[in-house]
Design a protein around this ligand. Structure first.
Ligand code: ADP
Ligand code: MG
Length: 224
């Protein structure tokens, strides 16, 4: 499903050039759950953002479902992203001014789905992540675990075949972290492909494969 060949990413700021990714080649099969680990600053988020079409690589090729997506324009990347990729971030990235159900419905609003249909699908997915009892609460009124479950509900609502999670339990205590990991694990069992960045070996144990990065490169991979 994901095929990266010799991916490099250089960030150019005024005086400095940062080689975030030096030479990444990686394949992820459909239905696989892969964990990416490595020290802070080694390029994990940069890699995830390229896989998620938030960013283009500086060089190298990226085939997603067999289609070359390495040099697409932002508008083309957005279309593919909305159709097939769900994101989950460490900081939840919910909109503070919207309540739980409104946050969850937002992607459908962008897709032009009618109000009644949006509400029905949001209700189904809220049940799925056990957040229905907080539907009218605002993010500031929720625990970290509830915020992340809301963010996951928003991510899975359009039925993405690929979920990208960047340290999804990074801001959670172990109990809430476990709930989030169980949820991701269920999605994986239903066939969703997952690529997750984590600092936690415990979380990485849910994956089929662990990829260890260092200084912009993959140093080894471990099948679980
Ligand atoms: P990780 O997620 O593993 O902590 P990142 O992918 O965020 O690492 O960052 C890799 C390197 O690229 C770091 O040196 C970081 O400072 C740099 N970097 C990341 N994003 C940018 C950016 N937008 N502009 C400049 N440098 C960046
Ligand atoms: Mg990061």
């Amino acid at each position: 499903m994901i095929q990266l060949n010799n991916i490099k990413k250089v960030f150019q700021t005024e005086e400095v050039e940062t080689w975030a990714l030096r030479n990444i080649s990686l394949q992820v099969k459909e239905g696989e759950f892969v964990a990416i680990m490595g020290p802070s600053g080694c390029g994990k988020s940069t890699l995830l953002n390229i896989i998620g079409l938030l960013n283009n690589p500086t060089s190298g090729s990226y085939l997603l479902d067999g289609k070359d997506v390495s040099t697409l324009k932002e508008s083309e990347r957005t279309l593919i992203r909305r159709g097939m990729i769900g994101f989950v971030f460490q900081s939840f990235n919910l909109i503070d001014e919207l309540n739980v159900v409104e946050n969850i419905e937002l992607p459908l609003l962008y897709m032009g789905v009618s109000g009644k249909e949006r509400r029905k699908r949001a209700e189904d997915v809220m049940e799925r992540v056990a957040i229905s009892h907080r539907a009218k609460h605002f993010p500031s009124q929720l625990s970290g675990g509830q915020q992340q479950r809301t963010a996951i509900a928003r991510a899975i609502l359009p039925h993405p075949k690929l979920i990208l999670a960047d340290e999804p339990t990074g801001n959670l205590d172990s109990k809430n972290g476990k709930e989030v990991m169980e949820l991701l694990s269920e999605l994986h069992k239903e066939g969703t492909t997952i690529v997750m960045v984590t600092h936690s070996l415990h979380d990485a144990n849910y994956a089929d494969r662990i990829i260890n990065m260092f200084d912009g490169e993959i140093v080894n991979q471990v099948e679980m």
